[in-house]
Design a protein around this ligand. Structure first.
Ligand code: NAP
Length: 281
């Protein structure tokens, strides 16, 4: 199959490696000439260019640019495509993208591979990134089933597990398990930084160990990603944050009232619930 990839970074590059190894012909387009050259050198694509026209020969195109560019790039790209071309994106928020693209392109299937690393760019691309990980597809009633099937077939061969849901459900779900944790973790670091006694703050920094490492990891990451989550998933994230504030208020009240039984019961219920969110448990 002729498959196009727009945006040759971590996700686009990893897709290219797997798709080429399965015998597909991969056309890659990226922003920088140097990235295109690297994609050729690393065996990520068969053909590479900075020109969107390059993708006209593809039957299916994966849009793997940063989230803010997905809609504007598709708007430019579709002027070069035949109407049969199937488009899919990998953006980590779905509602604004699906709402913008559905009226413009019939054969569009929203997608989100739940796979990644802390690295970005083409040098972070790796084989088998998607194996064993969920891959969400968000076709709507307007999406032709033929287009969904084409994308499903490719995704299954990547070794991913497909989940179907509505774009809004996807955005609510990722708000709980991905975007809210970033906000909570960032707030945790900010709260610690508000310690007014310098020697206590310094001591806390020295004593910080695995618990703090785990809970602060996602809040201490790339600021652009946090802003992107808030900007594109604003309604779902605000709802999650407000619920979280409510849960914090409950905890404060229990501790303030020295209601240790109530606190233990609250921790019992979170202890029981956690394995439902974790693969390994
Ligand atoms: P990334 O590593 O930064 O890759 C994005 C690539 O897009 C860059 O390497 C850049 O290539 C290219 N690009 C930027 N502007 C472009 C333009 N105007 N035209 C063409 N290409 C352009 O980012 P990523 O982590 O792969 O994320 C890409 C998408 O995947 C995002 O929409 C994100 O929401 C989604 N996603 C990410 C993860 C994750 O964990 N990282 C997981 C699931 C989904 P140049 O080198 O040419 O500038």
């Amino acid at each position: 199959m002729n498959i196009g990839i727009l945006g040759l970074g971590l996700i686009g590059g990893s897709l290219g490696l797997d798709l080429r190894s399965q015998g597909h012909h991969v056309f890659g387009v990226s922003q920088r000439t140097s990235t295109c050259q690297q994609a050729l050198d690393l065996g990520i694509v068969d053909d590479a260019s900075v020109d969107l026209k390059q993708l006209a020969a593809a039957e299916v195109i994966f849009i793997c640019t940063p989230l803010s560019l997905i809609v504007p790039k598709i708007v430019q790209l579709i002027t070069y495509l035949s109407p049969d071309t199937v488009l899919t994106d990998v953006g980590s928020v779905k509602t604004p993208i699906v709402e913008a693209i559905n009226p413009l392109w019939r054969n569009f299937v929203g997608g989100h591979p739940m796979a990644g690393t802390a690295e970005s760019g083409i040098n972070a691309a790796q084989r088998n990134l998607f194996v064993g990980n969920p891959y969400v597809l968000t076709p709507t009633q307007a999406t032709p089933s033929s287009a969904t099937m084409v994308v499903e077939k490719i995704v299954l061969k990547l070794g991913a597990t497909i989940y179907h849901c509505r774009p809004e459900e996807h955005d609510r779900a990722v708000s709980w398990i991905s975007h809210l944790p970033v906000m909570v973790s960032a707030s945790l670091i900010a709260a610690c930084m508000s310690e007014t006694k310098p020697e206590v703050l310094e001591l806390a920094q020295k004593l910080a160990s695995s618990g703090f490492r785990d809970t602060s990891r996602v809040g201490g990451g790339n600021p652009e990603l946090g802003v992107m989550m808030a900007r594109y998933n604003r309604p779902a994230l605000l709802a999650s944050l407000q619920q979280y504030r409510h849960n914090l208020d409950d905890l404060i009240a229990l501790i303030d009232q020295e209601n240790w039984e109530g606190l233990e019961s609250s921790f019992n219920s979170t202890q029981q619930a956690r394995p439902n969110f974790m693969d390994e448990s």
